[in-house]
Design a protein around this ligand. Structure first.
Ligand code: HEC
Ligand code: HEC
Length: 222
């Protein structure tokens, strides 16, 4: 008695699957494609930064996916030198760089986590954050100022970072201006003193020109 029942159930099940496939075929295929796309997305995510959830997911809200923010108020972290990211996180954690958002967050990070976050963001490809409204006169003024003040000596030939200084090409215009003002006013201090000295020479309109020029400059992928 047992065997025929099993066979019958199997036959009913197979018929059910066939009927469902006929009725819901397109949806099933679409669902399968969706799951397939999700699997591929997840595989890329995992290959780039480890198993879910990743520590860097906590940064996405402000610094964007893979360290590319949607809003030029926030700094892009993508492609910044490892040592620079580490130094900034330590400065926030120790309260030597000020930010109401970053200080409490950085204070919770272990040395190992800081190192891993820095390495993750350093290997992401940088892009321009925002495209400010074109102003050719301001752009040309910023370009001339970069040449006159020798910013490339520390920020690299393409202003995309060097062992000495961070990438400034392609950062958001608002963030760049805010940082130059912070260095000039001494709200942010550079341990080497270089940026406070440089910014002290800059008038407000020259800082605006620099921020405009740098924001529109495509960063080089190192
Ligand atoms: C709630 C928003 C917010 C979150 C979340 C956040 N940040 Fe920030 N972060 C900021 C802001 C704002 C600044 C700029 C601070 C300033 O004005 O100097 C900043 C600056 C930084 C800087 C310095 C960038 C530079 O170019 O000097 C680093 C590095 C950084 N954040 C790393 C992180 C990491 C890593 C995470 C996740 C673990 C994270 N942040 C999460 C808002 C945030
Ligand atoms: C002598 C070396 C030196 C020169 C020249 C220099 N910088 Fe810097 N700059 C630095 C260093 C080092 C830092 C990182 C400071 C820190 O660790 O807080 C920095 C940081 C910055 C930042 C903040 C970046 C960020 O992500 O928060 C901006 C903006 C900047 N520089 C713009 C400029 C501009 C514009 C010029 C030219 C007018 C210039 N710098 C010339 C060394 C230099």
């Amino acid at each position: 008695m047992k065997k025929p029942t099993v066979l019958l159930s199997a036959a009913l099940l197979a018929a059910g699957v066939l009927a469902a496939a006929a009725l819901y075929g397109p949806e099933l295929v679409a669902g399968y494609r969706f799951m397939d796309a999700l699997d591929r997305h997840y595989a890329r995510y995992e290959a780039n930064g480890g198993a879910w959830p990743q520590a860097q997911d906590a940064c996405t809200l402000c610094h964007g996916v893979r360290g590319q923010p949607a809003n030029g108020q926030y700094p892009a972290l993508a492609g910044q030198p490892v040592a620079y990211i580490q130094a900034q996180l330590q400065a926030f954690a120790h309260g030597t760089r000020h930010s109401p958002q970053m200080e409490p967050l950085a204070a919770t990070l272990s040395e190992a986590r800081i190192q891993a976050l820095a390495e993750y963001f350093a290997r992401q490809a940088p892009q321009i954050v925002d495209t400010p409204e074109a102003d050719e006169a301001l752009r040309a003024r910023g370009q001339a100022s970069v040449a006159a003040r020798g910013c490339t000596a520390c920020h690299g030939a393409q202003l995309s970072g060097s062992p000495v200084g961070p990438r400034i090409a392609g950062q958001g215009q608002a963030y760049l201006l805010e940082q130059l003002i912070a260095f000039k006013q001494g709200h942010r201090t550079d341990p080497s003193g270089a940026m406070n000295a440089t910014a002290s020479l800059l008038a407000q309109d020259e800082m605006q020109a620099l921020a405009h020029y740098l924001a529109g400059l495509a960063p080089a992928v190192r």
